[in-house]
Design a protein around this ligand. Structure first.
Ligand code: SF4
Length: 418
């Protein structure tokens, strides 16, 4: 027997028959209390009637009564207010707290189904049964997953915001850089955001060459010889700006180019970033005011400067091809930087309109395409937009992989179906 299954029975009131203590006092559960995820008893502020007397206090749940002493609760004052000790099996008397034994008071087939889920070797435990679940149950659960994921991302963004002394633009800049360079270069972009803060860039936002000089210079890409005019100009500009702002340079080896599509090379990304700052200045305030997803995406609709029309890196000339930020990259930045920070902004200023806008934007972006989403599609759960694909990623990473089926509405629907 697993303790978490006993929690599930207790808080979902899935107990059968007339309940009584091990000393034959009738028990009525008025309110099971709320789950305590910190140290101390498992359920706080429960209300139970024992032998006709109403008790308010905490409830502790164990597989066996003897677990009380095994867990050292007899020495812990936090357990002084426990009014009921709920156990699967009453194996010994440990104190005078009334004991409720659950054995025989629940549907045994429910436990069998739960065990099958826990022992499942499939990609996810409910893989074979997922199609039986009503669309309404799946959709409402996915909405909850999407909000949970957004809250988690907004919380991460708020930690960056605090470290930036509540500077929203710098926070957005850092978040954006993290997702600007694909997974393979995300750490290098984060380092760059630390070495080169937003302020010097904003001071020179009207000069695209200087912006490129700072971004590419601090990234280490200007530490090379060249006989091309444009890189030499950037080197000269960077030398001046470096001493003006005391800028540091990263070793260029920190960047990875291997097995990357040239269009995603960090040189191209940095040139596009320079153009974004040049065209928009304070970006987050513009995203904040964007009325529609189309307005927001327009802010990403930029092209690297003309040198990059014929280059993917310095000194290597190639065919003419303007370097726009693609739709896919714009979506990644919207999903991971813009939308979480908008949500965080709404929470911080207690203005739900920003949280609603964040969710609406998410709903208007196409679903992501990755292994997890493809796997869910194959077993009957499609993502129609980025809100649903984000929800599925959250469900998979936070629930399915950790076998948290008892906390999942889909799991509940399947476990309790007859
Ligand atoms: S957490 Fe939910 S969706 Fe995931 S395997 Fe368990 S029951 Fe299925």
């Amino acid at each position: 027997m697993k303790e978490e299954f006993l929690y599930y029975l207790w808080e979902n009131r899935l107990l059968r028959g007339s309940l009584q203590t091990t000393t034959n006092q009738p028990i009525r559960i008025i309110n099971p209390g709320y789950r305590n995820l910190n140290s101390g008893p498992d359920y706080l502020k429960a209300w139970v009637e024992i032998g006709g007397q109403l008790w308010a206090g905490h409830v502790e749940i164990h597989v066996s009564t003897s677990d009380w002493n095994r867990h050292g609760h007899q020495h812990d004052k936090a357990y002084a207010n426990v009014v009921l000790h709920v156990v699967y099996e009453d194996d010994t008397k440990v104190n005078d707290i009334p004991v409720l034994e659950l054995k025989g008071h629940f549907d045994a087939s429910l436990y069998c189904r739960y065990e099958k889920f826990m022992m499942s070797q499939h990609w996810i435990a409910c893989e074979r049964q997922l199609r039986q679940v009503q669309p309404f149950t799946k959709n409402t659960w996915l909405e909850r997953m999407a909000v949970e994921r957004l809250e988690q991302k907004a919380e991460a963004a708020s930690r960056i915001l605090i470290s930036n002394k509540f500077d929203w633009e710098s926070t957005f800049y850092q978040l954006m850089l993290r997702y600007f360079g694909m997974k393979v270069n995300s750490e290098a972009f984060e380092t760059l955001a630390t070495l080169l803060p937003l302020k010097p860039l904003l001071k020179h936002a009207d000069n695209l060459t200087q912006l490129e000089a700072m971004l590419l210079g601090c990234a280490g890409f200007l530490d090379m010889e060249s006989d091309e005019e444009y890189p030499l100009l950037l080197k000269r500009e960077f030398a001046v700006l470096r001493s003006k702002f005391n800028l540091l340079t990263m070793p260029v080896e920190r960047w990875r180019l291997l097995r990357m599509r040239p269009v995603n090379f960090p040189t191209i990304r940095l040139a596009q970033l320079a153009q974004m700052i040049h065209q928009n200045g304070c970006l987050f305030s513009k995203f904040k005011e964007a009325k529609s997803i189309a307005d927001a995406k327009l802010l990403f609709d930029v092209e690297a400067s003309s040198y990059w029309d014929t280059h993917y890196r310095f000194n290597v000339e190639g065919p003419f091809k303007p370097k726009h930020i693609g739709e896919g990259s714009a979506d990644v930045l919207m999903i991971n930087a813009v939308i979480p920070l908008l949500f965080c902004y709404g929470q911080f200023h207690k203005d739900p309109s920003y949280c609603e806008k964040a969710l609406r934007f998410l709903e208007e972006i196409s679903a992501e395409d990755n292994t997890v989403i493809r796997h869910f599609t194959a077993i009957g759960m499609n993502a129609n937009n980025a809100m649903q694909s984000q929800a599925l990623l959250h469900l998979y990473n936070q629930y399915c992989r950790r076998k948290r089926c008892l906390e999942c509405s889909i799991g509940n629907a399947l476990l309790q179906s007859i």
